[in-house]
Structure formats: C-alpha cells, structure tokens
Design a binder for this molecule. Structure first.
Ligand code: NAD
Length: 543
C-alpha cells in the first residue's frame, strides 16, 4: 500500500571538508590511504548482484606510483556482457514497479552512507586510483556524488508532480515511465561522481543499467558497488562489467532492447558511437535516447579592467587542478597586451610555488596524469611546441615517468590565435595563452574565441566593466554551456550550475538538474472520461 503523498528531505549541498593540518578528517583520510596502499585487493565484476570473476586478472597501479600494485580486476568477455544485459532486463519489472519512495530511499541512504562511513574510503580510492589530491577527491567523490544522490531525488519528485490540466468531466494524468528496455552507461576516468551518476540518474527513474566504467577508474568503482550494496540496491538494477569497450558496444548496440546511452568521455568516441547507433536503428524496439557529455577547449578571457590577482588565481586553479584533466579545465586564455607583463610576472611567481607529486603528501597541489598513453601524448605535444616558431613555452614543460606520470604545469604563449594548442583538447596540465591587442575592437577577440575551437563547454570572462561583461555574454552565447563571470570555468556544483555544453562538447543534457532526469523517462498521458458520450452525433449535425 502506498497511501501517502510524501515529500523527500530538502537537500543542501554537502559542505566541503578542508583537510587542514590537525583536522580529524585529514588524519582519518591519511590513515585510510596508507591502509589501502598496503593492500592488494581483488575487484570482480558485479552482475545480477553477484561478484563475478573471470580467468583474466589485470593489475591496478596508482598513476603516481606505477610500479606499485594495489589490486587486480577481472576482465570480462562476451558472456559477461550478455549476462549483464539479461540481468538488467530481468530486474526491470520489479524495479520499475517499486514505489518511488523506496527507490528514493535507497539512494538517499547511499548519500548518507557516503557522507559518513564511506567518505574516506571513496576519497582514498579516488586519490590512489585516479591520482587526485585530498581536496580534488573530496569535491568529486564525496561532495558531488552525495549531491547527485540527494538532488536527483528532489528532481524526480518535482518531475512526478508536473501534471497536465484537466477539464470538466475529465481527469488527465501523466505517468513518468522509465524507458522501454535497458540503459548502457559508459563512463570516463576523471570523475568518480560522474561515473556513479551516469548509472544513478537513469536507475532512480526506474531504469536498469549495464555499466562499463573506464579501465582507469575501476579502483573507486569497487567502493561505489560496495556503497550501493550497503544501501540495499536490488540485484540486477546496476550491472558492472570490466570489458573491452568495442566488444561491449558491439553487443549492446545490436540488442533489440537497448533503450538509452548515458555517456561521458571524449568527442571522437561519442561521435563513432552515435554513428553505430544510427546504422543499427532498425534493430531497436524504440528510438534510443542518446545522452553524451564530451570534450572541451575551455577559455578564460581577461579584459583590461580585470583584477590581475583574480585572473592569475583562476588561470592556475582552472588550468592545473587535477592536472588539467577536467572537461571544464581552462586550456586557452586571452590576455590584453598592455596587462601581460604584470600578469606574466605574477603567474610565473605563483607557478614556481606549485609542487607536483604523490597525493599522500598534502603539500602537492598537482599529482600524476592518468596513464602512460596520456603522459606520452602530452610529452609529444610539449616537444612539438618547443620546435615551433609560432609558440613559446614560458613555464614548465618538464615530464618524468620514472616513478609516476608527472608533468609540470606548462604554459605556452601562442603567436597565432589558431595555434593547434589553442584549438585541440589535450587533457593535461597545459595552458596556452594568446596575447591580444586591446586597442582593437573588443568584438574581434570575442569572435576569435567563438570560432577557434569545435567545442562549447565552459568559459569565463574577468572584467570590472559591466558593458564588457554584457557584450561578452551576448557574443559568446553559443561558445559555452557553462559561462562564468569573474570566476574560473571549473567546479560546477550540482543544483547550482547544471553542467553541460553544446557543439562538439555534447548533447547538453545538464547533469545536476531535472533536465537530465527527463531523458530517462518516457511519459504516458492518461485521460479518464467520467461521463462518456452515448451518441456519435455532434449538435452541429442537426438540421
Ligand atoms: P574516453 O573517451 O577515452 O573513454 C570514456 C569511456 O569510453 C571509457 O569507459 C572507455 O572505455 C569508453 N570507450 C573508449 N573507446 C570506446 C569505444 N570505441 N566504444 C565504446 N566505448 C569506448 O575518455 P576518458 O579519457 O575516460 O575521459 C576524458 C574525456 O572525457 C575528455 O575528452 C573529457 O573532456 C571528457 N569528459 C567530459 C565531461 C563532460 O561533462 N563534458 C566530463 C568528464 C570527462
């Protein structure tokens, strides 16, 4: 029986813990980190509520200490993907029939477990497996994940309350059914919270999921699975496979019951996937929902009226936190010519204080990039720029992979606004600056920003002049899905800055808002007529 119209608890964004010296959280996190580094764990897949092992074990090493092994995961094959699909389809009927309060309670419980006993576990796992410092792990794996869990419940409740008008003698209702089939979640390495939310958002709305995480986020995936189990998620609602992405996709994208894709990752992969789904469209029972958040080439524009210290702080935090491996990371900046000398001096002075190393040392602002492939790619780009007359490296450029994949914060000054590092997503600690002539019409630089890259994810303007801010807002309307005024372009908060971009940056379905949840429902409109007519003849037919 479900005889109540209940209201879920009113959510507030999770307060970010400081991890300052002598704080309890710092000591507890350091202990958890040490404990985890001294263990070698096993990470099986999770299919139909069971831990599933295969014959193939693969090692997991921290990117900042790649000779050290902290665990092994079991790599799956075709059978595991098929079993995960079967489990998702089987679990769907009961899960969608469960009253929404029960589904909500599971995820609300997960949020409170995460805020309490699982906080240090998930933060330590994210620090070790993805090489984040304590603060970067806290804002992602703990706070953002908790916020997704809590606010999604509120958004679900808001959506369910949205009902059509009714006229005399009629009651119209809207039933927010889940999609007709199963959902495939493909997730990136860089945010534990995004990986979890790509499953949580559709699951909350009554869908069941096959989840293939990135190979480089499996260490914290284990904690997500433990958390869902502890919160009471029924078997088969979320099924996790560690399988080859192409193999997995080939099976799923030819399945009749494939109903939706929740993807976050690079633009090329998403475009290829879209093409495959298009080619296979006749195989499906429904038109699949395709939601994908992809790459960025995010900008900071400083106007001559901007405060230099504020600009430098935003450049450093925006470009180098988490080694620039955020889709929203500032990777191109535009600085006026007559302010450059003083901004450059301050920027270099501040960059000289940045330490790069293991996350266990809390004085390290930056840690390692995710894997050797990324390290080699970034090193290659830096070497290419060194030889190019159209650019100059004014800071950093050092790369060392002897113990971990470390790259110094690197600043390039490009002589041309379309230099390749101003256009391409590099996904590392590399910032390119273009010095513009402020005596030109300001609209000229706004046009350059808009037209330089294929992406449109985040961007920011620093200015005190209100006319300039208004002009930038107008001219850069389509250049970023998340636009910041006098702030760095990273760090979007669930419910406060719904996140996503257009153009090559994705379908802009705004994770962290009700808009994303709407993609996971297929509403049914129900009209009930209380007094049906008994004669087909309308009055106008009378002679
Ligand atoms: P990636 O594209 O390499 O991998 C993402 C996921 O796709 C992984 O699970 C991977 O195994 C899978 N994958 C790879 N090739 C595939 C294929 N051929 N078919 C199906 N799946 C495949 O990305 P990444 O390195 O994990 O993450 C970085 C990228 O993600 C960057 O481009 C970044 O901008 C983007 N990103 C975007 C957002 C956003 O909200 N816009 C957020 C985070 C990351």
């Amino acid at each position: 029986m479900n005889n109540n119209i209940s209201k879920p608890p009113i959510p507030n964004c999770e307060p970010v813990k400081s991890y300052a010296p002598n704080s309890i959280e710092r000591a507890q996190l350091q202990e958890e980190y040490k404990k985890s580094m001294n263990k070698v764990i096993e990470i099986p897949m999770w299919i139909n509520g069971k831990h599933v092992k295969s014959k193939k074990k693969k090692p997991i090493s921290p990117p900042h200490n790649h000779k050290h092994i902290v665990g092994h995961y079991y790599e799956g094959n075709t059978t595991h993907v098929n079993n995960a699909i079967k489990a998702a389809i089987k679990a769907k009927r009961e899960w969608e029939a469960m009253c929404w309060q029960d589904r909500a309670s599971i995820f609300l419980k997960a949020a409170d477990l995460l805020a309490g006993p699982y906080r240090h576990k998930i933060n330590a796992a994210t620090m070790i497996g993805q090489s984040k410092n304590a603060f970067q792990a806290e804002i992602d794996a703990a706070c953002e994940f908790i916020d997704f869990l809590k606010f999604n419940v509120k958004f679900m409740h808001d959506i369910y309350q949205e009902q059509p008008e009714s006229s005399r003698g009629v009651w119209n209702r809207m039933e927010y059914r889940p999609l007709d089939g199963f959902i495939y979640a493909i997730t990136p390495f860089n945010f534990t919270s995004i990986a979890a939310n790509l499953c949580v958002a559709p699951a909350l709305m009554g869908n069941t999921i096959v989840w293939k995480p990135s190979d480089h986020q499996i260490y914290s995936t284990k904690i997500i699975i433990d958390l869902f189990k502890a919160a009471g998620l029924p078997d088969g609602v979320i099924n996790v496979v560690y399988t080859d992405p192409v193999l997995t996709s080939n099976i799923i994208f030819s399945h009749h019951e494939f109903a939706g894709l929740h993807f976050t990752g690079s633009t090329k992969v998403f475009k290829d996937i879209w093409q495959t789904i298009g080619k296979n469209i006749k195989s499906y029972k429904n038109y699949p929902r395709i939601v994908g958040e992809t790459g960025g080439k995010d900008f900071i524009l400083a106007h001559k009226s901007a405060d230099h210290k504020e600009v430098v702080t935003a450049l450093i935090r925006g470009a180098f936190e988490y080694q620039g491996q955020k889709c929203s990371a500032a990777s191109r900046a535009y600085i006026p010519k007559d302010r450059w000398k003083s901004i450059k001096t301050l920027l270099i002075k501040e960059l000289q204080t940045i330490q790069v190393g293991e996350p266990s040392d809390f004085s390290n602002f930056m840690n390692a990039v995710i894997h050797e492939q990324s390290f080699n790619k970034l090193k290659g780009v830096i070497n290419k720029v060194r030889k190019d007359k159209n650019a100059e490296i004014i800071f950093g450029g050092g790369c060392d992979k002897s113990s971990g994949y470390f790259i110094e914060p690197t600043v390039i000054v490009a002589k041309k606004p379309d230099f390749f590092t101003m256009k391409e997503e590099l996904f590392g600690p590399v910032l390119t600056i273009y010095i513009y002539d402020q005596s030109d019409d300001f609209e000229k630089i706004l046009n350059i920003i808009d037209e330089t890259s294929e992406y449109s994810l985040t961007g920011s303007i620093f200015a005190k002049d209100r006319q300039i801010i208004a002009q930038a807002l107008k001219s850069l309307k389509m250049s970023a899905g998340n636009f910041y005024i006098n702030d760095k372009p990273t760090g979007a908060v669930v419910s406060q800055q719904p996140f996503g971009g257009g153009r090559a940056s994705g379908t802009n379905d705004k994770a962290g808002s009700y808009l994303n949840l709407l993609r996971w429902v297929s509403p049914r409109t129900i009209k009930e007529n209380f007094v049906p007519d008994k004669d087909y003849r309308y009055p106008f037919l009378k002679k």
